[in-house]
Design a protein around this ligand. Sequence first.
Ligand code: ADP
Ligand code: MG
Length: 571
Amino acid sequence: MSIKVLDKEVVSQIAAGEVVERPASVVKELVENALDAGSTQISIEVKGGGVSLIRVTDNGTGIPSGEVALAFERYATSKIGSLEDLESIGSLGFRGEALPSIAAVARIEISTQAVAETVGSYLSLQDSVVIEQRSQGRSQGTTVSVRNLFRKVPARLKFLKTSTTENSHIANAVSQYALAFPEVKFVLFVDGRVALRTPGSGQLIDSVIAVYGLEVARNMLTIGSGDDAWEGGVATSAFPVTGMVGSPTISRSNRGYLSFFANRRWISSRLLAWAVEEAYHGLLMVGKHPVAIINISLPPQEVDVNIHPTKTEIKFHHEHTVFSAVQKAVRQALIEQVPVPKIEEVATTYGASSVPRQVSWPLPERGASLSSLPVASQTPAVSLPMLRVLGQMLNSYIIAEGPDGLYLIDQHAAHERILFEKIKLQSSRQKIEVQGLLEPVTFEVNPKQGEVLKHHYENLAEFGFSIEPFGDRVYLVRAVPVLLYKKDWAGMIRELLDSPSGEEQGDWTEKIAISIACHGAVRAGQALTDDEMRELVRQLEQVAVPHTCPHGRPTMIHFDSAQLRKEFGRG
Ligand code: ADP
Ligand code: MG
């Protein structure tokens, strides 16, 4: 093909694609506009995963009637005026790209009334063309409604996930800005239901309660000079770092609870994630991540926000200074407010048994020999021969002897496999063993988890969880599968809700079964009695796939007798 300049429509679609990746990007842009307009109340309404409707209403400054149509022109902005302004951006928006980009991929309507005007205006656009414009009475502020997102962009529509997934991205975006702007009242409606509501008190802790619930909020530690500094108060270092971090007791199994803001702009930053995790060094178990909400205040010249279409990635001019400011602030909060744990406490906190370690290694019974053991001749190759337990090693591995050599069995992985097959069998026969709780236990979820849970009640119910809604994002748990009774079932559900969401229902049943098995299984580090070990091995002999755990990791290592003799030079 010869070189030619693309026509206007193609250009606008390409540009729109960079800004509007999915429904949550529209929500983010509209909320940023509302915040830039100085709003104190922002209401967000979404339907059908944001594809059918996204409506954002604010009580900000509004747009003067003479400028409403202009706001939909590409690169039309009231926020910067010159090249120098680009050096020191104080607003969240500045490129004048959001409204035209949305208009290029959806039907959009705006109704707005500016501060100084007596009458408001209404404008609607389809395929970037104004269809209707008139004056309209309303209170001060702006409402933008976006409908039929991506209807004309099938390629994009195809890549969207289920409404549940899109809703969870939307809830997350709103949650982040609710955390960054505690003085603003946010309310998010998903399909007519309140998914998040913040009081707008100006206290970060109130936003934390709204987003993460009381349990997390109770365990949050304040960093820096507290809520005042959050609102641009006292500067205590070159780049003041403010916000809250979770005490190590409320660690999470993914990085989804790390929120970073630069001058209250929500950003994603590996640098800051690393700085925070550094600060928790030695306080969290491997694979666990902290909860953190961190704002760093810098002179606008210290950051370049103009490096990424969605403005979520930014460049700090002095990365090293920023890194150490964050790391120090977090570490300081942790050291001041968390008592240094004693060794025994560490062991219990980290899930290891508090039973003192003892090596149990019984000698083989006298007279027992290989020949006295039944030989598993007819059993298929995958199943295990009969094994004789010799002892436990490191409180984690069972040493057993079989007709063909030595077996080192990972007690956790093996038990996971046993429970997994048990729960699958029970569920296929619809005979899950359920344990009612003495009293119902409340279980809080954040908006993102709430969206996922809403769609997977039934899957959880199939496995014996009886969970019912109890007010705003609080649930009552009345019964759990027997396998998880007295185990950390709350941690299990939370981990499940935080895991990247599989789309098919089939996926979920499998995921729940794996998760129950994992949380119900004996841990590494737990001393087992001889009887317990024998029972575990006996059950392992019965399962269909004994050699791997449901995650696919090996449950055992086998040392072949012939190989052993050879090693000792007797082969
Ligand atoms: P940007 O935010 O980068 O300026 P947008 O396309 O998002 O670009 O918005 C264009 C302009 O429309 C803004 O500069 C602002 O003047 C006006 N605007 C958009 N949304 C609102 C709102 N909710 N309240 C007041 N003004 C708004
Ligand atoms: Mg904008």
